[in-house]
Design a protein around this ligand. Structure first.
Ligand code: PHE
Ligand code: ZN
Length: 881
């Protein structure tokens, strides 16, 4: 079906090194909200092997002047058409000068130079990744063109007292007419996607930092005045990240100053511009009254992620955008290691695996499936996906596991040594890691080039006479769009064996495994393989894929008792949780066909027993008590009825609550609630809040009245956002009589706090089932709602369409044309955000027939809509395939 206009895709195999590159760029920028003039001076280099004329990217630029080697170009000397400036007569060493006008206030796509906030009070900033620089000036806008930047900013001092660009400060001063200037020189050549500037009225907090190699660095966080007090947590997190990267990877910062800026108007989470990171305020500001515990951890993680990019992304960048995971997968992995070190390693792993299953597995299982390194794309902004980020990180984790801690560090050292200052590929990365350890890692490349989540089938056989346990493993990956045949992958399986008494058994193999004592890693690298364990005293229960050692779906025929045994006895928090999740899946599958099941009883009983144990960690217990989400359950069905999934998941929770019992739940809630007062951020306090929420939710299923009263009280007495939002969510989801007044109170209390208000929209957009659509429609008329702000659009429409399956997938299909209509409106303002929200349609092919037809109709009429952006067209076209 080709309803959507087909542009030719860009293909990895067509990669050619640039014919023209830029040695140095000097920018002089006269800033104004409506009109900004950008003068650029490029010193060009030509590859003598390639005789193509000079072509530069430029999108929507009003060309005011152009000269080559000091001579003004006449009209026949250049051509500017369809995003390309072609210049005749340039040679190696030529200097091209251009002056263009851009219009920041009219830029609603938030790509290039734009205005954040109001005309009166807002500030100017840039976003260049992936291809935003071409909206600012002419340049070979590709990551393998690295240049030295000298940037001079000029602006009205009163309106733009703060002028920032990446690199080291190199002078500033006054100009006539109340204007001023500031210059920055970045000594490190960089691709243009890492360029950034910020200008406006901003406050800062700062701190000196001394690197282990003796450099004094000023760390500065900037925000609008009213939230500058919410930046301290991020500044601490930044310092922790810097120390950690020095300790763990021997990498320190390489400029004299490191700026971080918060904005409320941002398409993504944050951006690693060299020396001038720019953050969505949601991932920088942290304050107990506005931020939940989860958000505190997200701030720490994103601050670390962007900082770590300075080495994995900036010092070593990507050759082309197909290599995006080279920086993103690797940097996510580094952030995961950091967060595991700062907090609880097993809780972090649980959180990340749950995220992978909720976001990446469905992507890999549907029409939007693509390899971690895609072979082609039309719109690169559509490829900042869970696959590139989260699965990409899992691939690095597998390789790191294969090399061991020291081996991985050796490999990373070699990677930096070889590629510092270069634009590298995923092959370069694997070669460096392999070469440093004399290991060939080429087999892992298949993981990067092949889409789809492999299924790992495992079967165990115990030979009592010989005391041998044979594990037969096989793998299979289902076809994905454009990839009918799949190759076998190397799948590292970390495993242990448990006796039926819950004791770990020592492992003896024929030497084909790494590891010691009771835990080993075996690698399945063919379609099928058998592994024999000797001296196994009795028929064991295998604990497979420990720590989630590979991003696969495990298929093993566990009995409920076996999973309950692992859930109860495994010493490792992650594996315990995983056993519980598997048991919950089994419970879900068997519950479907009857009103009770052995698995569901086993799940409830095991958890109720853990609930009674004093030694249980509160946070882990909360995670254990939380069954897989509706999206994960849906992922296993061949025909999806979201309302039924919602109801059935709730049935499971209801059974669990009954098994634990009202008295035990109430007693636990009271004990956890007793500790009120100032919200503290230590792990113990966070864990108590997490469990308290979970207990309250369970209670609400079996004693609504009592739970509502407790929730209403918790709402009004809460000392921080975590407790307040948890209570509000229970009231709203259970449609408690107290919900309306709590919502009204929240709306008023946070009227001037956009990040808190986003949560107010979200909590209502997540109300389950039929009522959700009407709620969402009503909220659209709230004066605070706008499609122009990405966070706000996401807080309502994104939360509804992507995180509320039973609400969005109504039986009558009415939410589909509704979303399609909003996507068209949003697309006219901000194509990137529209395209991302459209991925909520992913998976429509597996819906039950009524919903499926309704979704298809909405999508087809969307596809027929004239003038959709390339971004939205690509997603709609692909999702329809
Ligand atoms: N590179 C950013 C990150 O992951 C993400 C991003 C992509 C931000 C594109 C803006 C635009 O850290
Ligand atoms: Zn990143």
């Amino acid at each position: 079906m080709t309803l959507v206009s087909e542009t030719t895709p860009i293909r990895l195999r067509d990669y050619r090194p640039p014919a023209w590159s830029v040695e140095a760029i000097e920018l002089e920028i006269d800033l104004g909200i409506d009109s900004t003039e950008v003068s650029s001076r490029l010193t060009l280099r030509n590859d003598p092997q390639q005789s193509t004329p000079l072509r530069l990217d430029g999108e929507g630029l009003e060309l005011l002047a152009i000269s080559l080697d000091g001579r003004k170009l006449e009209a026949h000397g250049y051509r500017y058409e369809q995003g390309v400036l072609e210049v005749h007569g340039a040679h190696d060493g030529s200097v091209l000068e251009t002056r263009v006008r851009v219009r920041p206030a009219a830029n609603t796509a938030l790509e290039g130079l734009y205005l954040s906030g109001s005309r009166e009070h807002g500030f100017l900033l840039t976003q260049c990744e992936a291809e935003g620089f071409r909206h600012i000036s002419f340049f070979p806008d590709r990551p393998d063109v690295l240049a030295r930047y000298t940037v001079t900013l000029r602006a009205d001092r009163e309106r733009f007292p703060v002028l920032l660009a990446g690199g080291n400060p190199a002078g500033s001063g006054d100009l006539p007419d109340g204007r001023h200037w500031a210059r920055f020189i970045d000594p490190h050549p960089k691709p243009c996607y890492l360029f950034a500037l910020v200008a406006g009225r901003l406050e800062n907090i700062q701190r000196d930092y001394l690197t282990t190699d003796g450099r004094k660095v000023k760390l500065v966080i900037w925000s609008e005045a009213n939230v500058i007090d919410c930046c301290h947590y991020a500044l601490d997190a930044l310092e922790r990240s810097m120390r950690w990267d020095e300790r763990s990877y021997g990498r320190s910062f390489d400029l004299d100053v490191f700026h971080v800026v918060a904005t409320h108007d941002f398409n993504m989470g944050a951006m690693e511009n060299k020396g001038l990171n720019i953050f969505n305020a949601k991932y920088l500001l942290a304050d107990p009254d506005t931020s939940t515990d989860d958000e505190y951890r997200a701030v720490e993680a994103v601050v670390a992620h962007e900082y770590f990019h300075n080495w994995t992304g900036n010092r070593v960048t990507c050759r082309d955008w197909f290599q995006l995971s080279l920086k993103e997968g690797l940097t996510v992995f580094r952030e995961q290691q950091f967060s595991a070190d700062m907090n609880s390693a097993s809780l972090k792993r649980i959180e990340d695996v749950a995220l992978l299953r909720r976001t990446q597995f469905p992507e890999d299982a549907g029409p939007l499936a693509h390899p971690v390194r895609p072979a082609e794309y039309r719109e690169i902004n559509n490829f900042y996906t869970a696959t590139v980020y989260e699965k990409g990180s899992e691939l690095v984790r597998m390789v790191a596991g294969r090399l061991g801690q020291e081996g991985f560090r050796r490999g990373m050292d070699l990677y930096f040594e070889r590629h510092d200052g270069q634009a590298a590929t995923i092959e370069d990365f694997l070669s460096a890691l392999g070469d440093a350890n004399h290991i060939d890692l080429a087999a892992y490349l298949t993981w990067y080039s092949q889409a789809g989540t492999p299924r790992l089938h495992a079967k165990g056989e115990y030979d009592a006479a010989r005391h041998e346990y044979t594990l037969s493993l096989s793998q299979q990956t289902r076809p994905t769009p454009g990839e009918p045949d799949k190759k076998p992958l190397p799948i590292p399986v970390k495993l242990s064996l448990f006796g039926r008494d819950g004791q770990l058994l020592p492992l003896h193999t024929d030497g084909e495994a790494q590891g010691d004592g009771a835990e080993k890693v075996i690698v399945l690298d063919r379609a099928t393989q058998r592994f024999v364990f000797k001296q196994v005293a009795s028929s064991p229960v295998p604990s497979l894929l420990r720590g989630f050692s590979a991003p696969v779906v495990l298929e093993y025929n566990y009995t409920p008792d076996e999973l309950a045994l692992l859930l109860t006895h495994d010493a490792d928090g992650f594996n315990r949780w995983e056993a519980g999740q598997q048991l919950a899946m089994l419970a879900f599958d068997t519950l479907r066909d009857g009103d009770d099941s052995v698995a569901c009883r086993a799940w409830c009983k095991a958890l109720a027993a853990l609930f009674e144990q004093d030694a249980m960690d509160n946070a882990l217990l909360a995670d254990l008590l939380t069954p897989p989400g509706e999206i994960e359950f849906a992922d296993r069905q061949s025909e999806v009825d979201p309302a039924r999934i919602h109801a059935q998941r709730e049935t499971m929770q209801h059974r669990l609550a009954e098994q634990i019992g009202i008295d035990a739940l109430l007693a636990r809630y009271r004990a956890l609630a007793a500790d009120a007062g100032e919200p503290r951020l230590d792990a113990g306090s966070q864990a108590r809040r997490r469990l308290k929420r979970c207990v309250l939710e369970l209670l609400a299923l079996i004693d609504a009245e009592q739970a509502n009263t407790l929730a209403a009280r918790q709402y009004s007495t809460a000392s921080g956002m975590t407790d307040r939002l948890a209570a509000l969510s229970v009231l709203v989801r259970r449609r408690a009589p107290q919900a309306a007044s709590a919502l009204a109170h929240f709306r008023e209390r946070y009227a001037d706090n956009p990040l808190a208000l986003d949560k107010w929209f979200t909590v209502q957009a997540q109300v389950p089932d039929e009522p959700a659509l009407a709620v969402v429609r009503k909220l659209e008329s709230d004066p605070a709602f706008t499609l122009k702000n990405p966070n706000r659009a996401r807080s309502l429409l994104g939360a509804f369409a992507s995180t509320n399956p039973s609400g969005f997938h109504r039986a009558d299909g009415a939410a589909y044309p509704y979303l399609a209509e909003r996507l068209v409106q949003l697309d006219a303002l901000n194509p990137q955000i529209a395209a991302r929200l459209a991925t909520a349609f992913n998976g429509w092919q597996r819906l039950e027939p009524l919903r499926r037809h309704a979704a298809q109709q909405a999508l087809e009429s969307l596809a027929r809509h004239e003038g959709l952006s390339p971004n939205l067209s690509e997603i709609v076209g692909n999702v329809l395939k």
